[in-house]
Design a protein around this ligand. Sequence first.
Ligand SMILES: Nc1ncnc2c1ncn2[C@@H]1O[C@H](COP(=O)(O)OP(=O)(O)O)[C@@H](O)[C@H]1O
Ligand SMILES: [Mg+2]
Length: 372
Amino acid sequence: MDYIQTQIYQNHVPAIGGESQMTLDMLSHKQQNDHPEFYLKQSMLPQRSTTSKGKYSLHDFQIMRTLGTGSFGRVHLVKSIHNNRFYAIKVLKKLKIVKMKQIEHTCDERRMLKLVQHPFLIRMWGTFQDSRNLFLVMDYIEGGELFSLLRKSHRFPNPVAKFYAAEVILAIEYLHDHNIIYRDLKPENILLDKYGHIKITDFGFAKEVKNVTSTLCGTPDYLAPEIIQSKPYNKSVDWWSLGILIYEMLAGYTPFYDTTPMKTYEKILIGAVRFPDFFANEVIDLLNRLITKDLSRRLGNLQNGAKDIKNHIWFQEVVWDKLVAKDIETPYEPPIQSGTGDSSLFDFYPEENQLDYGIQCEDPYAQYFSEF
Ligand SMILES: Nc1ncnc2c1ncn2[C@@H]1O[C@H](COP(=O)(O)OP(=O)(O)O)[C@@H](O)[C@H]1O
Ligand SMILES: [Mg+2]
């Protein structure tokens, strides 16, 4: 019976955060409600050079195909005409960003991406812009989305789910140690490299926050109840999403899945999780401590932070130091020809007949994106 749900839960679900995708009772609670006093004044991040602004241009790349589409534009596989290597370029349309009130999130995305350095986080090389679009140049991660692998596999065996969860934990722990909330953890944003290690991409909602913030953003199924309730929330929303992700990897569907976001929100607020019979007691215990409304019980939010999750019995056999050094065999090696721009593991997206890239015209939003 439970598996019937997976049949209707196969499509990418877009993230919310733009006005047009919000439901009625959320309209009072938009991006500009982030309280400025909660922002960190002095960044905790390593002060890496940000001179990559405008370092590249469209003429440096040959555009190959679309790897993914989002609310603001597309991600293309591209080839550098200088070194013949492959990269991914995320293109964001200025007009859409402005219309959906995502200027600040977009500038944060660039800033966070430029600064983070971790084996399980995507690396960005630089950005540039034209009159209509912003371009972010990243490493191309060839193995496709964890989402596609999960849908193909239906669900993952315990050790496989544990491996991906453990790599995700290290990445999120790193972000939190640098006071960054990620806010959009889901299988679509987790890519697999050629060896099968994860790379988290999409910093569209990542934000440097010392304490609490209150923007409504994320993807319905993975949203913590405090976000839905418009309460100020902290980094532990990522640990809630981790719980949803682990559940989904093991079950093949998310615990609060329903046919509309509104119904999903109702279920999240009720917070009753039903575990399939084949879930082991250890993982049920872990999930009960991640997918909990009670912030004084939620693992990751207690005194020992992420250590409490890493020390949980379900992760008993994980050697964390080896894992961060990628010194552990991956459960699955993507079947690709590395270095050749093989993109066979990505879904097919119809290409646009005419891309509006590189056009010189009036740019009414130039002042908002001077960082690119
Ligand atoms: N560096 C990358 N390498 C390969 N594919 C990528 C990369 N970055 C993004 N993608 C693909 O593009 C999709 C959309 O990118 P993402 O940054 O998640 O945009 P959005 O904010 O619209 O969700 C991803 O889910 C992934 O399939
Ligand atoms: Mg995404």
